[in-house]
Design a protein around this ligand. Structure first.
Ligand SMILES: Cc1cc2nc3c(=O)[nH]c(=O)nc-3n(C[C@H](O)[C@H](O)[C@H](O)COP(=O)(O)O)c2cc1C
Length: 214
């Protein structure tokens, strides 16, 4: 009798698990390919043109690859021409305080509005490390020299930059002098809805929480 009970219990648990799994599968919907990898960053690339005029553009198709390198997929923009010429750029991380300005840098080209940065109410200082401007109002900026510039044949390019310096405003540092993203409030691009979202609360410890599972 006890044996039958145990077999029936095991069967019941098995069926329930199977059912839960198939329910999970059934709630998933298939989509055509679309950009949804998250978080997509809101990177503001700043460059100088041939006359030393500063420009800024918003880029989501990019990211850090290893501790020293940043990669971008750029179409034919004024920024792309500037990087091709100067072999240098800076990257600032758009924050909650500057959502409107950051989006402006992504919807207006310097080809139409050469005073883009000034018009957005922002200002620049020349980097001491590379031939590119640092936008003063963003709290965190990396300064990069170009190491590869792969032309796409349509005026665009895949660009890899090496980070030669990083500067952070004191307002985003914690008591130990480290960058505190909670203070900085960087934003991300939500490509599924075309929203900007603030990167939020801390929910865990990397390289550590997973060790709880034995
Ligand atoms: C959220 C967002 C993300 C963007 N990401 C990219 C990108 O990764 N690569 C790109 O070539 N253009 C991207 N753009 C478009 C450029 O930022 C835009 O064409 C800009 O006006 C170019 O400026 P410029 O001609 O002054 O360089 C993005 C625009 C927005 C609003």
């Amino acid at each position: 009798m006890k044996k039958i009970f145990l077999v029936l219990s095991a069967l019941f648990i098995g069926l329930t698990t199977l059912n839960a799994q198939s329910t999970m599968q059934n709630t998933k919907k298939n989509f055509d390919k679309q950009a949804v990898i998250t978080p997509l960053p809101v990177l503001i690339i700043a460059t100088y043109d041939a006359n030393g005029n500063p420009d800024a553009m918003n880029a989501a198709w990019g990211g850090q690859c290893g501790p020293k390198h940043i990669v971008f997929e750029l179409s034919a923009h004024q920024t792309t021409e500037n990087i091709r010429l100067k072999k240098a750029f800076t990257v600032s991380f758009a924050d909650k305080k500057h959502v409107t300005e950051s989006d402006y840098f992504g919807v207006v080209s310097a080809k139409k509005e050469p005073n883009k940065i000034k018009k957005a109410g922002m200002s620049v200082t020349k980097s001491s490390f590379v031939d590119a401007p640092v936008i003063n109002e963003y709290p965190l900026t990396v300064e990069c020299k170009v190491i590869t510039f792969d032309e796409d044949g349509r005026g665009g390019a895949r660009v890899v930059g090496e980070i030669v310096n990083m500067q952070a405003d004191e307002s985003i540092l914690d008591e130990n002098g480290n960058i505190d993203l909670g203070k900085m409030e960087p934003i991300m691009y939500d490509s599924s809805k075309h929203y900007y979202r603030v990167i939020g609360e801390k929910v865990g410890n990397a390289f550590s929480d997973g060790k709880k599972i034995k």
